[in-house]
Design a protein. Structure first.
Length: 352
């Protein structure tokens, strides 16, 4: 479905839950980094964090595991066939004020949920590319928590994120959850104009210079509605003056509007050819069969090496024994490859 610098996303189907899912694979080039106890603890901590989140405006993470053979971290999450919010508004060709209000409110509800947890969760990479549309319910969901962290009392001192959406205090490497509110303002700007913030800049250095000197994106001048512009400007205030997600939710702009289900959502689904696999297994993953976009395949139909042995962690946090056999077939019905998946017992790797 998609490929990034460190992550590939595949489309799948949960036969038990009768629902489409997204199989996210995060790749590690350095085997030592993956096998490091410190990194494993961090990865497990992040995976458990995602699985602990439960809110209607937060993407669900069902389960996750480490695949040592292929040096990947795997996560099974909700799938949204309409794509990201950015892709969605591009297909629509723009949205009206009422829709901006409703979507904005839902994003804020998700942020408020994260920010009021104990400890507070900071997304750190909020943007329309990481927000998704569930066209069946009309709900907006915050996803892609690859940079999310739990913050204790001390401010965070790690630089990470997307330059166009990074608040000025980011560059001082000392910030809190209000960086997500700043990024939310940039998301509103994109919803209102269909333009990326700081699109006038050609490199991160130019963005850095403008952000740290208080120069707003040129796109802000293209926001026609005065109420939307006022909300955006509040979000872009210095951290000491910037409102929280909860304070913004109390703003009259977001407290009025139709129910999200009243928004008409007409999206033409991707009709590209698919590759399908059938999965039979008695383990917790037995119900997942993966559907691959043909764009992801090589000419010969071989998708790639699936894990021979992996360390699997369920949503309950326990290692689960797993022995699976997955057969990949081309759309013509020809079997292309068989794979055996074996799960480790007691944390030790035993390849089938």
């Amino acid at each position: 479905m998609g490929r990034g610098a460190f992550k590939d996303v595949y489309k799948g189907f949960d036969l038990f839950g009768n629902a489409e899912i997204a199989w996210n694979q995060i790749c590690f080039d350095d085997e030592k980094a993956l096998n490091s106890p410190e990194n494993q603890d961090r990865l497990y901590s992040e995976a458990n964090l995602l699985q602990s989140l439960s809110h209607s405006n937060i993407m669900k993470c069902y389960t996750s595991w480490l695949d040592y053979d292929n040096k990947t971290v795997n996560m099974i999450t909700e799938l949204f066939s309409s794509g990201s919010l950015r892709q969605y508004i591009k297909k629509l060709g723009g949205v009206d004020l009422q829709t901006i209000k409703i979507w904005g409110r839902q994003i804020l509800q998700g942020l408020n949920y994260l920010h009021t947890r104990s400890p507070c969760v900071i997304h750190r990479d909020l943007k329309c590319d990481n927000i998704f549309v569930d066209i069946t319910s009309g709900e907006i969901k915050i996803g892609d928590f690859g940079l999310a962290i739990e913050m204790e009392r001390a401010p965070v001192r790690v630089l990470a994120g997307t330059p166009e959406f990074m608040a000025p205090e980011y560059y001082d490497e000392e910030y809190d959850e209000l960086v997500d509110v700043y990024a939310f303002g940039m998301c509103l700007m994109e919803l209102a104009t269909l333009e990326y913030p700081y699109c006038e800049c050609t490199n991160p250095a130019q963005i850095f210079k403008k952000v740290t000197t208080g120069v707003k994106p040129s796109t802000l001048a293209k926001v026609k509605d005065s109420e939307v512009k006022e909300i955006i400007e509040k979000c872009l205030l210095p951290a000491s003056m910037r409102p929280s997600a909860l304070e913004l939710l109390k703003d009259p702009f977001f407290s009025s509007g139709k129910n999200s289900m009243e928004i008409e959502m007409n999206i033409v689904e991707d009709q590209s050819p698919r590759m399908q696999s059938w999965c039979t297994d008695e383990s917790i993953l037995s119900g997942i069969s993966m559907l691959y976009n043909s764009m992801s395949l090589s000419d010969g139909g071989y998708i790639g090496k699936l894990p021979r042995s992996c360390c699997y962690r369920s949503s309950m946090g326990d290692d689960v024994s797993m022995n699976s056999r997955i057969t990949f077939a081309s759309s013509s019905g020809d079997v292309s490859k068989d794979f055996a998946l074996s799960k480790l017992l007691s944390g030790k790797s035993h390849a089938n």
